[in-house]
Design a binder for this molecule. Structure first.
Ligand code: 13P
Length: 287
């Protein structure tokens, strides 16, 4: 199938009261791992790349990998730009076929966040691409974007309503206590705040920093209204561990198919587990 927009997948999740796994990929092997498992689990899929992964691999190259994997897949797949901070990054990705983009103006004052998001929405909608934005600040580190824990601020429900009206954004990332990267202690999610936001807005809601959140927390987030769950670190860790173990056992290993193939298998295990915990398995309906 050709790629579909994030909105197409997420509006169904919103009306069906479920969530989709949005997995960050970095190379061919991670693209294959998430697509293989999503097909087997009959799960709609959002594949995302951060702006710094694009700097590393090139948007064209990443898009080509994802399009090739999606072509033979009979499940809906969207390709999403994660945490763009500039208009130029959005333009670059739309040009090469991304079907969903996030513009992250969460570090900006409200009015500037609105202005930047609105500008991206105008362009993206003209190109038939859907848009995610963030209100409140999710803490932690995602590649080269860091938010100090003391600076992280939770999303204010009333402000979320206004922000969606002011920008026309298709889905909204909310800050409710998760953080990007590895947690020092157990994250405490503000489910009451999430329920309140859910009751006041009518667009899909996104949870960033889902790695390290216990299964029960992820399930609860879905029950309270989350429709897109972003996972990066939980895929990176087993990948790195697998490659490290191979070289520890055999320092002379020089066949990339051996260590990258094993890493792909390790990523598949965690993706399957997350899809089942989130509960999007069996939701892919071919039209
Ligand atoms: P984690 O690395 O904590 O899973 O966060 C991923 C994310 O939110 C990507 O936007």
């Amino acid at each position: 199938m050709s790629l579909v927009t994030g909105k197409k997948i997420l509006d169904k999740a919103l009306s069906g009261h479920y969530a989709i796994g949005a997995f960050n990929v970095h190379n061919m092997e991670t693209v294959q791992a998430v697509v293989n498992v999503a097909i087997e689990e009959r799960a709609p899929l959002i594949i995302q790349t951060s702006a710094s992964t694009i700097k590393y691999a090139g948007a064209k190259f990443l898009a080509a990998n994802v399009k090739a994997a999606a072509e033979d897949a009979d499940i809906p797949i969207a390709l999403h730009l994660d945490h763009a901070t500039t208009y130029q990054q959005v333009v670059e990705c739309i040009r090469v076929g991304y079907t969903s983009v996030m513009i992250d103006g969460s570090k900006l004052p409200y009015d500037e966040n609105v202005a930047l998001t609105k500008k991206v929405v105008e362009l993206a909608h003209y190109a038939g691409v859907s848009v995610e934005a963030e209100l409140g600040k999710v803490g932690g580190t995602e590649d080269d974007i860091s938010v100090d824990e003391r600076e992280a601020t939770f999303t204010v429900p009333e402000e979320a309503v206004k922000f969606i009206e002011d920008t026309g954004v298709d889905y909204l990332a909310v800050a409710i206590g998760t953080a990007h990267g590895v947690y020092k202690g157990e994250p405490k999610l503000d489910f009451e705040r999430l329920k309140k936001i859910r009751s006041m807005v009518n667009v899909p809601l996104v949870l960033h920093g889902a790695s390290g959140v216990p299964d029960e927390g992820l399930r609860n987030a879905v029950v309270c209204g989350i429709n897109k769950i972003n996972l990066a670190t939980d895929l990176k860790i087993p990948m790195a561990r697998t490659i490290r173990d191979i070289f520890m056992a055999n320092p002379d290993e020089d066949d990339p198919r051996k260590y990258l193939g094993a890493a792909r298998d390790a990523v598949e295990v965690v993706v399957r587990d997350k899809i089942r915990v989130i509960g999007c398995n069996g939701k892919a309906i071919v039209e």
